[in-house]
Structures are given as C-alpha cells and as structure tokens.
Design a protein around this ligand. Structure first.
Ligand code: ZN
Length: 153
C-alpha cells in the first residue's frame, strides 16, 4: 500500500508570469522529476480530499492512478482507464517513459474553445507507451468560477 509519506506531493505550481494550465502542469512534472522521490502525487489547489473516500486512490495498484472528482464534463470518468489531473499519482518510471511536453492544450478550429481537456494527451502518451491508467476513490472539487466572455458596450 502506498502512503502519502512515500510520495513527493506536488501542488499545481503556476510558472511565474504564466496562467496557462498545460504550462503549469508541465512545470509541476519537471519539479517532480528533479526531486529524489520515486512516486508522486499531483494535486490542484481546489481539490478537497476526504480520508474515507480518497483512500482507494492511494490503495489502488498501478503506475498511474487518478481520482474521481466533479468536472464540467459529466462523462469524464466513464472509461475506467480515464484520469483527470486535478488529483493523480504516478511512478517516476511512468513519467520517464514518455517525453515532454507531458501536457498540451488543443483548441477548436476557430480557437474559441478547448478541444478536450488538457489531461487527454497525457493519457494517450501513457497508453502509447504501454503504461496502464486507472482511477480509484473520490475527492471533492471546488473550482473557481470560469471566466465568461467579456461584453463590451
Ligand atoms: Zn481532464
């Protein structure tokens, strides 16, 4: 069984001067890999763990494990292999098996919206490298309100 004490715990770190989510996640992975830890837990600052619901996340076997939380997409966790990176953990060997950038953001052709979440490219890279992903447990999630379009006039 993995415990929090076994892991390097990385709270999402915004790179100075950048609020881009993919850049912040990539920065967090780079910080993790520069540490001596062999296992990492990555957590956004709006994730709210609860011991009874979150323990399965720590107990699950696998090199890459996500935890279920409420997202804007109600089908985000339908696939048992899906992870989203508000809270996830992985072994160093899994991160070292794939090449950076670990996270990228795709946009719709008109550039007005995200085309999928920032996590999907990471999951595809793990699967292409033969690394399984799973999710287990549940955590609360209290995201900040998203900005809507600015109305002029
Ligand atoms: Zn996601």
């Amino acid at each position: 069984m993995l415990t929090v004490e076994d892991c390097g715990v990385i709270r999402r770190a915004h790179r100075e001067g950048s609020r881009n989510v993919a850049c912040a996640y990539n920065h967090a992975v780079r910080i993790a890999l520069a540490s001596p830890a062999e296992h990492f837990i990555f957590a956004d600052n709006d994730i709210r763990p609860h011991p009874a619901n979150t323990q399965p996340f720590l107990d699950a076997d696998g090199p890459v494990v996500g935890c279920i939380y409420n997202t804007a997409c109600e089908r985000a966790f339908d696939d048992p292999r899906s992870i989203h990176t508000g809270l996830w953990r992985c072994d160093r060997s899994a991160l070292e098996a794939i090449s950076p950038p670990w996270f990228t953001q795709r946009y719709t052709p008109d550039g007005l919206a995200h085309a999928g979440c920032v996590c999907s490219g990471l999951v595809k890279k793990f699967h292409a490298a033969g690394i399984p992903t799973i999710h287990a447990g549940w955590v609360g999630h209290q995201p900040k309100r998203a900005l809507s379009a600015i109305q002029i006039g």
